[in-house]
Write a protein that binds this ligand. Structure first.
Ligand code: PGA
Length: 255
């Protein structure tokens, strides 16, 4: 069976109203619902997840979360658990996004979230990526370590519930230093697959690898075609239904 391209929209802390979130989702769904070769996932702010879930029909576009806490329940003021999100219909959860690592999430915490997510039956979108590139290639070792730490204790049979998104921090968001090239992404997608092969043998190949960082409607096809990734994690461009729709359509046409 052919694996669909996986295109995930990370809405970050946008938009500012539920009304706007519903309108964006509905507009994206109109395009996503027609595409047989793409699995679309929208990760809105946590507070919108269960409302947006009501607009889901069929499997072509589903809802995920951008973050969650690893304990099922307890005295954790202000947190929302992975189990809670699963219970309102979220199917994916982003773990270890650089914007969360930047506010203190450690590899150890990220590992706990990965294990809890797998247990709850969610698909984990594990983000890895370096802050900067050095000529000696230390960043490659850094990414390898991020993966090893995050997957510590994950069993072979659970691997199909893991997706790894390569997101170089220098290429993310409106303060990106410069966009990554498809070759930059290719180098690391190969590294990720090699690391997974070291950890899990050929079973590691079930893990899908994505690229994220300043993806737009003009460069999306190039990353998919040239970087040996199976999809994209899209930030800003996923908030514009027209642009995101174009990204989805270009992913759909790539065989
Ligand atoms: P960007 O963000 O597409 O806006 O660069 C990507 C991300 O942070 O996931």
């Amino acid at each position: 069976m052919k694996i669909k391209k996986l295109i995930i929209g990370n809405w970050k802390m946008y938009p500012a109203s539920l009304k706007d979130a519903k309108a964006k989702f509905t507009a994206i769904k109109k395009v996503a619902g027609k595409l047989a070769n793409v699995q679309t996932v929208i990760c809105p702010p946590l507070v919108y997840v269960s409302e947006i879930k009501k607009f889901v029909s069929g499997r072509r576009i589903v809802v995920g979360a951008q973050n969650a806490w690893f304990e099922t329940e307890g005295a954790f003021t202000g947190e929302v658990s992975i189990a809670m999100l699963a219970s309102v219909g979220a199917e994916y959860v982003i773990v270890g996004h650089s914007e969360r690592r930047a506010i203190g999430e450690s590899d150890e915490l990220i590992n706990k979230k990965v294990l809890a997510g797998v247990k709850a039956g969610m698909t984990i979108v594990l983000c890895v990526g370096e802050r900067e590139r050095d000529p000696d290639g230390v960043y490659l070792k850094f990414i390898t370590e991020q993966i090893k730490e995050a997957l510590h204790g994950v069993q072979k049979k659970e691997l199909k519930k893991i997706v790894i998104a390569y997101e170089p921090i220098w290429a993310i968001g409106k303060n990106a230093i410069h966009p990554a090239s498809p070759d930059d992404a290719l180098e690391v997608s190969i590294l990720i697959k090699r690391t997974l092969a070291d950890l899990y043998g050929k079973d590691g190949s079930v893990i899908q690898v994505l690229y994220g960082g300043s993806v737009d409607s003009k460069n999306a096809w190039e990353f998919i075609l040239k970087s040996q990734v199976n999809g994209l994690l899209v930030g800003r461009a996923s908030l514009d239904p027209k642009i995101f729709g174009e990204i989805l359509k270009s992913a759909d046409t790539i065989k």
